[in-house]
Design a protein around this ligand. Sequence first.
Ligand SMILES: Nc1ccn([C@@H]2O[C@H](COP(=O)(O)OP(=O)(O)OP(=O)(O)O)[C@@H](O)[C@H]2O)c(=O)n1
Ligand SMILES: C[C@](O)(CO)[C@H](O)COP(=O)(O)O
Length: 233
Amino acid sequence: MKTNYTLAIIVPAAGVGSRMQHSAPKQYIRLAGKTILEHTLAKLAQLKQASSIVVAVSDDDPHFDSLGLIDPRIIRVSGGKERADSVLNGLLALAANPPDWVLVHDAARPLVMPTDIERLLTECINADEGGILASKVKDTIKRGGTHSKQTVPRDDLWQALTPQLFKYHDLIQALQAALAQQITITDEASAIEWANKPVKLVAGRSDNIKITTPEDLDLASFLLQKQHSENAL
Ligand SMILES: Nc1ccn([C@@H]2O[C@H](COP(=O)(O)OP(=O)(O)OP(=O)(O)O)[C@@H](O)[C@H]2O)c(=O)n1
Ligand SMILES: C[C@](O)(CO)[C@H](O)COP(=O)(O)O
């Protein structure tokens, strides 16, 4: 594994969580003793080689500052209208001293395992290519509306996860150009694909779920408690 690289982390955390239908944005829901955002940041803080952890938060968010986060690497920046705008704000905040690589991870994915993050870093940096954690689609997939029209071949279908790791300059150029042309960008990989650059698929655990709807909460709470009790052994 190459070790002579610089790395920063960006955490988009400016969403409102409309699909969660909770009184506060979902990243502030408490599970297993802490907010979802705190669980996520605790996982990312284990990456000692990261020089900054840039968290994109809405300007009118009253919750973030009261978390009392003490990691000196954490920098708050303004979130944007869409996830891609929040990520771009994070990249711009690093522009004065850009890292070689930037790792982007959703606030809403607190279950990510540090071993998966390390594998993403090793495989991408050794190959000198950006990439993402992803899990192979396991279920039979249907295309349709009210009725199924087709069973979709799934041999080469992957579900995109985060973190996503790209070279700083590749990502900022691709995101800025794609957003200027109003291309829909749901993740960093979609901007890099649009720029015709490679995106490595690194197999990650499928339980690295994005907490999105209320039925995700019980599962996430169970898995967080399991991770904590296993680490305490
Ligand atoms: N303008 C936005 C929208 C989303 N996000 C972040 O991007 C991640 C993934 O987005 P998603 O799960 O879709 O979160 P929300 O946008 O909050 O949820 P919803 O789409 O249900 O409103 C989350 O950590 C969310 O906080 C962000 O930083 N800025
Ligand atoms: C980035 C992402 O988490 C990859 O799975 C996802 O695309 C962002 O959220 P959304 O559910 O697509 O809005």
